[in-house]
Design a binder for this molecule. Sequence first.
Ligand SMILES: [Zn+2]
Length: 506
Amino acid sequence: MSYARVRCVGLVGVTGHVLQVEADLAPGLPTVAITGLPDTALHEARDRVRAAVVNSGRAWPNRRITINLLPATLPKHGSSLDLAIAVAVLGSAGQLPLAPLDQVVLLGELGLDGTVRPVRGALPMVAAAARAGHHRVVVPLDNATEAGMIPSIQVHPVRSLRQLAAFLTDGIPLPQPPQATPADPTPTLDLADIAGQSLGRRALEIAAAGGHHLALFGPPGAGKTMLAERLPSVLPELPDDAAMEVTSLHSIAGLMPSGGQLIRRPPFQAPHHTATVSALVGGGSGLARPGAVSLAHRGVLLLDEAPEFDRRALDALRQPLEHGRVRLARSRGTAEYPARVQLVLAANPCPCAKPAGDISCDCTPLARRRYLGRLSGPLLDRVDIQVTVRPVRAAELMQVSAGGEPSTVVAARVAAARAAALDRWSRLGQRSNAELPGPVLRRPPWCLPGPDLRELRARLDRGSLSARGFDRVLRLAWTIADLDGRQRPDAEDVREAIGLRTGEAL
Ligand SMILES: [Zn+2]
């Protein structure tokens, strides 16, 4: 026998595809050729796999070895194919009987000493194996809990190539997968912790209900970050498909939460303002790492001290905000990850970041305008709600000493408002008010009666509001009406929406 074939999985974006690794031995000078669209990391696999095989007490065949990855059209990344390659080579040399691996999918990176190392993306890979009808998968021990999240597949964890070889040749059973122990739920931040801040809370609730992006301006200590961190606590839990997608992205980033549970709460990411472009949108060699904008998929991306971010980093966010996906240029083609986020921008009113009313601030009006101007244009243009929050005053603090309204109460109103919007727009193929194309709201049957729009039209004519801003006010007005359980916005809703859009709300 000088030919063998085993199965493994490759990832394209967040989706796994079952691949086959073929190995063929032929007489001739000892060489190894890998064919079938492999990336550079896979070319390095040659040396890694050879060392692992030898250090596992097996002989490396001194023949002309051809390793072929099928289907050739799918790009293959990274080191998760190492174990399959080693087993295929040993199988083709007749050193390992492969019958027990019929219909089994193998995942794992090999260390030079033959240990099987964990791989990134094990969850979507095992999910793909299950989808393709496989019932068993061999995974690195450290990925076993993650692999066990796919209920329909039997997981065989391995520690080393030697251990897998002993199973195949001598029938020594592989260890049982560890029992998943649910991790203690991470305490979620609650709106009840926030005193006062009626405008900030109102803005947060409307943003959550309509899926609107939000900008919070205000001096340090005004509670911008505290508010933003609590946005996920009023968003609905993720449905199954979204939870799987979000958890898969964390798996690919190598950031799986412990405990073997799907991520059900909308994620929250707050990259530091020194974050690089690749930390924000993703990148890296081999299997591309999802960036903050993908780790926040279906959740909240907070850019705290937003004007301090590098211009290129802010520019790099435009495409994902527009399309809900990130495209990363790779040496072979592109990688795509989902990135549908709710954006929260937080900013101090001026570059010196002194507290409100601090007389030592000597920033000129021009410096202040220039500072916030860094956000303007494409980014701030997409943000429906722009409000200025102020530090809580003692009187407010005393008044609400019983605590603010808790997140669960707000979340119930948000859920009802979202359901109303979904019910209205689903036949237009839209899910939330924030996604709605502007023309829909300007034409029958959804346009509002003339008197209700008087102030809005006047602002457009005066030029104090752009056409885009006009549409954004309408979207906000619908969300406000939804939160109040009314069929249509009225003049008062439009007025509140104008205040939230223009930053005039107090
Ligand atoms: Zn200043």
